[in-house]
Design a protein around this ligand. Sequence first.
Ligand code: AMP
Ligand code: MG
Length: 410
Amino acid sequence: MRRNVALEEAQDLLLSLADPVGECQLALFDAVGRVLSRDIEAPFNLPPFDKSPLDGYAVRAQDIAQASADNPVVLEVVEEVAAGHTARRKVTTKTAIKVMTGTAIPAGADAVIKFEDVRRAGNICKFFHPVKAGGNIVPAGEDVRKGEVIAARGTTVSPALVGLIAALGYAEVPVFDKVKIAVISTGDELVDSSQKLQPGKIYNSNLPSLVAACLKLGTQITALGNVPDELDAIANIISLGLADADIVITTGGVSVGDYDVVPDALARLGADVIYRGVNMKPGSPAVAAEANGKFVICLSGNPAAALITFELIAVPLIKKKMGLNSYLPARLGAKLGDDFAKASPQRRFLRGRFQVAEGVNRVMLTGEQGNGVLKSLVNCNAYVDVPAGSGRMVAGQDVSVLIVGDVFGR
Ligand code: AMP
Ligand code: MG
C-alpha cells in the first residue's frame, strides 16, 4: 500500500490494474453513446455504385465534346430512371438516359449534365456545353472504401456513426457492456429527502450527485444507500456492492477521526489497499482498494471533495473500464480571471469556469472553494491546478487547468 500519492500516481495505479469490461452486440438503435468493442470494417464500397448527384441526363462525354451555346448537340433520350431503379438500356452513341439524384449511372455513360442545362422536346434533348469524362458522377467508394476501418475499438458511437454503420448494412454493433457501479454513502448524520430533518442531521447530497455523475458517464448504477459509521454495516454493504458491481464507490469515513472506519472495513474484507491518501486539496483522505479484480474507490465525505476526487480519480478508471481510448481530462493553459488570496501549501484544485474569449483561454473562479462547498461546482467546467507551495494568485497570471465539463455549452 502506498501513502499520500500524487494524483497522477493514483490515476496510474488504478489504470494499470483496470481492463475493459466484457462486450455484447446491441441493436443499432440502442448503440448511441456506447463504446465500440471492435473495429468496424466496411464490407463494401459506399456508395456501392457510381451514382448521379443530381437530376439530369447521363451521357457519353465524347458525344457532346463539341457542344456550345451556338452549336448544341442533339441526343435522343432513350429511357428515364428514378432513384432506386436501374436502367434497362445502355447509353450508346448519340443517346442519353434521364437520371434522378441517387440513380446508379447507366452502363455506357461517363458523365451527367444537369437537368437545367438541357432543352428537351419529346425525346430529343439539346446539350449546350461539354463535360469532362467523370463529370457529375459520384464514384463508388467516394465515402467509404471496402475493407476500410470506419471506426476503431474504443470510439464512442455518435449519431453520425450510427448512420454510417446503418449505411453499411449492419443491424447490430459490438459494444462494451455497461460498467456496473455501486454507490454507497456513509455517515450517521445523513438522511435522505424522504425524511424530516432532525437537529444535527443533514440531507445526503453525495449519493445523488455521484449517482448522477455515474449516469452521465453511461454506467449502470446501483445506489446502495447510506449506512451509519459502523464497521460491520460498512463492510457488509461494500461486500454486497462487490458481489455485482465492477466498481464500488463510497463517500465519507476515510479520514482519521474516531468514526472513520471505511479503511477498517476494507481490511475486514481482505481487500488490497492500493493507496491511502492523495496529495491534493480537496479530497486528500481518498483511499482505493482492489478485491478480486474489482475496485473500491473511497472518497472523502465533503461534498465538493467527493465530486472532485470522483472526477479526477474515479472517472479515468471508469472510462478505461468502459473501453474508451482516452481517459484523462484535457490539460490546457489559461489566464486566471480572478485573484485567489490564499496560499496553497498543498497542491490544490480550484473550481473554475473555463472559456475562450477573443482567442484567449481564460478561467474564472466560480466562488467559495471550501471542501464542503457544492455551489461553486455547479457552473464549474475546469479545475485550476495550483502547485504545492504557491503563494497568493492574481488575475491575469498563467495557470494550468484540467477540463472536466462542457466548455462550449453543448
Ligand atoms: P467525512 O468524510 O465522513 O469525515 O465527512 C466530511 C464532511 O462531509 C462532514 O461534514 C459530513 O457531514 C459531510 N458529508 C459526508 N457524507 C456526506 C454526504 N453523503 N452528503 C453530504 N455531506 C456529507
Ligand atoms: Mg463521516
